[in-house]
Ligand binder design. Structure first.
Ligand SMILES: [Zn+2]
Length: 300
């Protein structure tokens, strides 16, 4: 058995999986606002898992943000772990090594091994939501490197050609740069595009719902798809994945996989194949499952 924890900005979801990756026990709590409370809550969840199973389990935590391998400190916008050596502290509190990884990487791993990407050698995970992230898994393992920033696709620059063509705004990103593609393809990004084509600010689901009936909403959606497709095109040119798995809140939009596949086909070299685009199968447990899987792999 193994404990996977999905650490989000508003809630923490803990799942205990058995050897067949079925959920044995689950627990959800609100995310504490302060660092000390957060590490205490996570430690309590590990103790809960030990009590529930009577075993010392491997522990994996998937969370937003990054751990800088240079100093071990966390960088995160919506979690009170920023500036703290989170993995070191939580391992110390629990009393054994805890596997920490980015939540988009966790989803990618989960989907590659146990979800929509099963059977594909190279799986590109793309998480489209409040932020934009992802990961690459090859042969059931995450592609990881010395900076630990691989998969931060949201902070690739948006296509200058598309920004100019559609008169899109270049706005500062949370990372400190200006013009990151996340500022145009996150949920807030689709709203920004909608403001240009529709002259009013609507949230992403409202714009998606008006496609087909409102040409200006359809135009916003088409531009959004073109921007995502341009990002995907760059990733195809780099790693040539066998499939793409979509996660995040925006992946719930009806028809998104079909529309993105069409946009990627347009962006790809004429006549060349494009990978299939699937929706993540793991639902809201995929992050915890990926973190749990990473924890099991770390023990091997
Ligand atoms: Zn950025």
């Amino acid at each position: 058995m193994v404990l996977g924890i999905d650490l989000g900005g508003t809630k923490i979801a803990a799942q205990i999986f058995n050897d067949h990756w079925q959920i044995q026990h689950s627990k959800r709590i609100a995310t504490p606002r302060h660092y000390r409370g957060l590490t205490a809550a996570l430690t309590d969840l590990v103790r809960w898992a030990e009590t529930a199973t009577g075993a010392v389990l491997p522990v994996g935590i998937g969370s937003a943000g990054l751990i800088n391998p240079a100093d071990g400190l966390a960088l995160a916008a919506n979690l009170p772990i920023a500036g703290n050596p989170f993995p070191a502290h939580i391992s110390e509190a629990v009393g054994r090594p805890v596997t920490c990884l980015n939540d988009s990487r966790a989803l990618t791993l989960s989907e590659a091994v146990l979800g929509a990407g099963q059977g594909c050698r190279t799986v590109l995970g793309l998480v489209l939501g409040t932020g934009v992230g992802g990961g690459i898994a090859i042969d059931g393992r995450l592609l990881e490197g010395p900076s630990q920033t691989g998969g931060e696709f949201g902070h690739v620059s948006a296509s200058a050609a598309l920004v100019a063509q559609y008169g899109l705004p270049l706005v500062p990103c949370g990372c400190g740069r200006t013009g990151c593609v996340e500022t145009l393809i996150s949920g807030a990004g689709l709203s920004r595009i909608g403001a240009v084509t529709m002259g009013q600010v609507l949230d992403a689901p409202a714009i998606a719902a008006r496609r087909g009936v409102d040409p200006a909403a359809q135009a916003a959606w088409d531009i959004w798809c073109a921007l995502v497709a341009d990002l995907v095109r760059g990733l195809i040119l780099t790693v040539d994945p066998d499939c793409i798995v979509l996660g995040g809140g925006l992946s719930q939009i009806l028809g998104i996989a079909t529309d993105l596949r069409a946009a990627v086909t347009t962006a790809q070299f004429s006549g060349f194949p494009v990978p299939p685009i699937y929706l993540a199968q793991g639902g809201d447990i995929s992050g915890a499952r990926g973190a749990a899987y990473a924890a099991v792999m770390a023990q091997r």
